[in-house]
Design a protein around this ligand. Structure first.
Ligand SMILES: C[S@@+](CC[C@H](N)C(=O)[O-])C[C@H]1O[C@@H](n2cnc3c(N)ncnc32)[C@H](O)[C@@H]1O
Length: 458
């Protein structure tokens, strides 16, 4: 069906796979964009798609109507269970070995899942193979905070010098990321807008996440010490995280996979309708079943749907080998049980002996890593500080690469990585932190430290 076509309520009901009564109710209660023409309602599919997409942002989980939740949920591929094939792990391991082989004296720690490199990450990144990393989670010096205890934070004379430096990273990040990879870059609210403009030269910005930190009573950072009456602007009680995917010529508003699919379909001499029909997805808008939506980059097929596409294309005789799901579809898994909006709440880390001044909470890093990578993927942090990103990645069955310039933090990361290297990374208990990992000797001790650490919160 053309997106411009006017449809009747009956057609809409089959398009959205809901009852006619539900369509009428949504017209009344949810502003479903139907127009009364004479005595009947008609709607344009393009407007309906937009409404479904938009509704998912604002109404998801506030809505008791089961049917509505089902349409909206499936439109955004929520609860999209991914079957992890062991071959993914094997391939990534080879890439991991390949990266490792480029370095010698920079290597400070290495096991078969974890690599720590010492030095200026801009220089080191230039040695990384192109398209070798699935996820970059990184936390550069913020510059606007001017903290003398963070290397690099005070080194730029003004914003433009800092931005020029960041642009060099942005170029390298785009080069080394896989086309279906993602990047999460921490920054301050003061620099976010300027950094986003710089990112947009190479990336599609997917979200500007606000990380807000409701801390325990008695520990609120500087906030409680502020003389409130002296404030001349709102107290900055959040940090920002830019979430982006690599952009490619012609796809500033499309996904990598959208462009790829369009090219494949044309090579197979199939219309969108043909392909949708062959894989049994025709007529289900935003169910992950509409080829038009996949090509427009508004949605992604499930693992099963992707394999159906591959089978349908191969059946035309125009294709032999096709890439695996994990190499073309950007990973994204979330659910209603975790932070699924662009405002995230994770408590900051209480000061402790050995804490990095900008240490990020493991729970937050785990949230990023599990949402935006597949098991077995390589996760890179090129301003790795305490090594927190690597620890969060290893706990979640990913491979980790860290790069750090400051000897103090290189040493700390080496100590931590050595201590945990004999253990089964995945067996770390939930609720662990860098503090507990730092003190780790064996499973028993980690558990003991955790118990002590969390006691004050009980
Ligand atoms: C904001 S902190 C990151 C803290 C980290 N996210 C954590 O949880 O511990 C930035 C880190 O980047 C490091 N750094 C600064 N310039 C660097 C460079 N050119 N190459 C590598 N690391 C650098 C600093 O020493 C600092 O540890």
């Amino acid at each position: 069906m053309s997106q411009e076509k006017w449809c009747s309520v009956d057609e809409l009901s089959s398009y959205l796979s809901v009852r006619r009564e539900t369509i009428y109710r949504w017209i009344k209660t949810r502003n479903l964009p139907a127009h009364k023409i004479g005595t009947v309602y008609k709607a344009r599919l393009a407007e309906i798609d937009f409404w479904v997409e938009n509704s998912s942002r604002t109404m998801l989980f506030e809505e008791e109507d089961e049917e509505f939740q089902r349409v909206v949920k499936s439109s955004r591929n929520f609860d999209n269970e991914i079957e992890i094939k062991s071959s993914v792990v094997v391939d990534r391991r080879r890439e991991f070995e390949d990266i490792f082989s480029k370095f010698s004296e920079q290597i400070k720690y290495r096991d078969n899942k974890n690599l720590l490199l010492a030095g200026d990450s801009l220089k080191i990144l230039k040695l990384f193979p192109t398209n070798s990393i699935s996820l970059i989670v990184t936390d550069p010096p913020y510059h606007s905070t001017q903290k003398s205890n963070i290397m690099g934070d005070t080194q730029f004379k003004d914003d433009s010098e800092y931005l020029e430096w960041m642009k060099m990273y942005i170029k390298e990040w785009k080069r080394i990321l896989k086309p279906n990879g993602s990047i999460y870059c921490f920054c301050s609210s003061a620099m976010e807008a300027k950094l986003e403009v710089a990112f947009e030269e190479e990336f599609n910005i997917l979200a500007s996440i606000i990380w807000t930190k409701p801390n325990a009573p008695g520990f609120d950072g500087w906030k409680q010490k502020m003389k409130k009456e002296a404030l001349r602007q709102w107290y900055p009680h959040s940090e920002r995280i830019i979430f982006a995917e690599p952009a490619f010529s012609g796809n500033l508003f499309k996904s990598y996979f959208g462009n790829l699919l369009q090219g494949w379909r044309k090579k197979a001499n199939m219309t969108m309708k043909d392909l949708a029909e062959v894989i049994g997805a025709y007529g289900k808008v935003n169910h992950g079943g509409s080829v038009a939506n996949w090509e427009a980059g508004r949605n992604i097929p499930s693992f099963e749907q992707y394999n159906q596409i591959v089978d349908a294309l191969k059946a035309t005789g125009n294709f032999e080998d096709m890439p695996s799901y994990y190499d073309v579809i950007r990973a994204f898994h979330t659910s209603g049980n975790s932070e699924f909006t662009d405002i995230w709440t994770f408590p900051n880390i209480r000061p402790y002996k050995g804490k990095h001044p900008a240490e990020k909470p493991i729970a937050l890093l785990e949230h990023i890593i599990t949402a935006s990578s597949y098991e077995g993927d390589i996760v890179l942090d090129c301003f790795s500080g305490s090594g927190s990103t690597a620890v969060a990645a290893l706990k979640n069955k990913r491979l980790a690469i860290s790069i750090e310039l400051d000897n103090q933090w290189i040493q700390r990361s080496m100590d931590v990585f050595k201590k945990i290297s004999d253990s089964n990374y995945e067996s770390f208990p939930d609720n662990y932190s860098m503090k507990s990992v730092q003190q780790f000797n064996d499973d028993k001790q980690l558990q003991l430290n955790l118990d002590q650490e969390y006691q004050h919160q009980l």
